[in-house]
Design a protein. Structure first.
Ligand code: FA5
Length: 455
């Protein structure tokens, strides 16, 4: 039985869960009906009790704990069903059929005192064993309930004694209960002291404190916040726009008609649309918010638009299929190219440092005219020429330009009265330049060895 039982206990972790209750019940029945019954009345009884209920952790507690580890459902099943196992010794000791036989054989209740005493001393062995081996208050509570509950041992053994035996049994129960309470109280103190001692043993005030690592902001978030701070200080406001756009806002209203070659390098992901509805796409840049903002308000406009954009680009060291941009737009009366240049220079100096110089190179965007690429002197070599700037001394920063009057036509602005400029910053690119990061994919891999450098 013991070997079989040990095998069962060891296998609880792997057994199919639905089979476990049946198996535990079977073991409990076998135990109560054979091992325990056979041992009762012999010297082996104390040993059997000790093996099952004492003998830290004891087979009983071991089964309960294994079931608890296994699943909450088994834990709650175990709590109720193992009560049977806990009651088993008391049932064996006070087996009614044995008592009845005793009465019959002795022709009435004539010499049972030693028997009654023997039963209570067996009960004493049993309950004392589990109390003394209970190492938590929860286990002690289980024992207390086991004695006093409606379904517990005391009610079960208190009833239906022959008149002649009642006095002695009543006395034995009373004596036993006092003793049990005493043992429970003692063990409660032992458990509390052990717990406190364990806690004390763990506390070593001379040890250095535990350093809890703080999280930190992602480098891209830091760039966003830095750029937002710079433009907020110039009187810009921050607005957000939808990542799912219509082709109209993403292209047409920005002066990029269908079949215009400028769409080629901005291929993206299109959503299926219901028949007749205009398809939606993942925006390829933050520029659609220029149009959406101007549709809603008349100048003066000074906004920046941080956000995610998407393109059908293959991921590599300088490209992602998802990346971040910050759009800028300023429209008012009398805004000139000089204002544009001054703003760009101020931004670059604030972002990359006072020593950095800027230059503008002619470029092309359908929604700005003239269009430029803004370059900065290389932050790594100070303009002397190095690997990063391919010996040119300059690094390309972002595209920009004066808003093309054609765009004003889409938003009902008077192109004769208003003028302005726009720019589109690639956040990954600017962060790469600022911190000399050679691979854009690092931003998205969540490797703490990389991220920790930006704390
Ligand atoms: C544009 O997207 C324009 N909307 C910018 C603009 C706005 C111009 C307003 C004029 C006025 P472009 O396609 O060059 O431009 O992209 C802008 C920046 O996004 C690039 O400089 C680059 O830093 C970044 N970028 C472009 N494609 C990728 C990509 N696949 N992965 C990461 N960054 C990218």
């Amino acid at each position: 039985m013991t070997q079989e039982l040990n095998d069962f206990i060891n296998s609880i972790g792997e057994l199919e869960e639905s089979l476990i209750p049946r198996r535990v019940e079977q073991i409990t029945d076998d135990f109560a009906n054979s091992e325990l019954s056979e041992a009762f009345g012999t010297d082996a009884f104390a040993d059997v009790i000790d093996r099952w209920y004492g003998n830290q952790p004891g087979l009983l507690w071991e089964i309960i704990e294994k079931l608890r580890d296994r699943s909450p459902a088994l834990a709650s099943w175990a709590n109720s069903s193992l009560r049977k196992l806990l009651k088993a010794p008391a049932e064996v000791i006070f087996d009614r059929s044995v008592l009845e036989r005793n009465i019959k054989e002795k022709n009435g209740w004539n010499a049972p005192d030693e028997d009654v005493k023997r039963w209570f001393s067996a009960l004493r062995i049993y309950l004392h064993t589990i109390v003394e081996n209970a190492d938590t208050q929860a286990k002690l509570d289980i024992v207390k309930q086991l004695w006093t509950n409606r379904e517990g041992i005391r009610p079960a053994i208190s009833k239906e004694w022959p008149v002649d035996a009642r006095k002695l049994v009543g006395l034995e129960i009373k004596r036993f209960e006092e003793e049990l309470n005493q043992v429970l109280t003692n063990q409660t103190v032992v458990v509390a002291n052990t717990k406190a001692a364990r806690a004390r043993a763990r506390e070593d005030l001379s040890l250095p404190g535990v350093v809890r690592p703080f999280g930190s902001r992602h480098p891209l978030r830091q760039t966003f916040e830095e750029i937002e701070r710079i433009f907020l200080s110039l009187g810009y406001s921050v607005v957000a726009g939808p990542e799912m756009e219509t082709p109209y806002y993403n292209f047409e209203a920005l002066n990029i008609p269908e079949h215009h070659p400028a769409r080629d390098n901005m291929d993206t992901f299109y959503m299926a649309a219901p028949a007749g509805a205009s398809p939606l796409l993942l925006r390829t840049h933050t520029s659609p918010m220029q149009v959406r903002t101007m549709e809603k308000q008349q100048p003066p406009v000074r906004i920046i638009v941080p956000g995610k954009v998407y393109r059908r680009d293959n991921p590599d060291a300088t490209h992602g299929f998802m990346f971040h941009q910050i759009e800028g737009l300023a429209v008012d009366t009398g805004i000139t190219f000089c204002d544009f240049k001054g703003t760009v220079e101020y931004f670059v100096r604030e972002f990359l440092g006072p020593k950095v110089k800027t230059r503008l190179r002619p470029s092309y965007f359908p929604f700005t005219e003239p269009s430029v690429e803004v370059d900065a002197t290389c932050v790594f070599c100070g303009g002397k020429g190095c690997n990063v700037c391919k010996q040119s001394g300059w690094i390309e920063l972002f595209g920009a330009g004066m808003v093309d009057p054609a765009v004003y036509g889409f938003v009902n602005y008077d192109a004769k009265k208003f003028s302005g400029f726009a720019f589109g910053l690639g956040v990954e690119r600017l962060t790469q330049l600022k911190y000399n990061i050679n691979d854009l994919q690092l931003y998205f891999q969540n490797d703490v060895r990389f991220l920790r450098q930006f704390v």
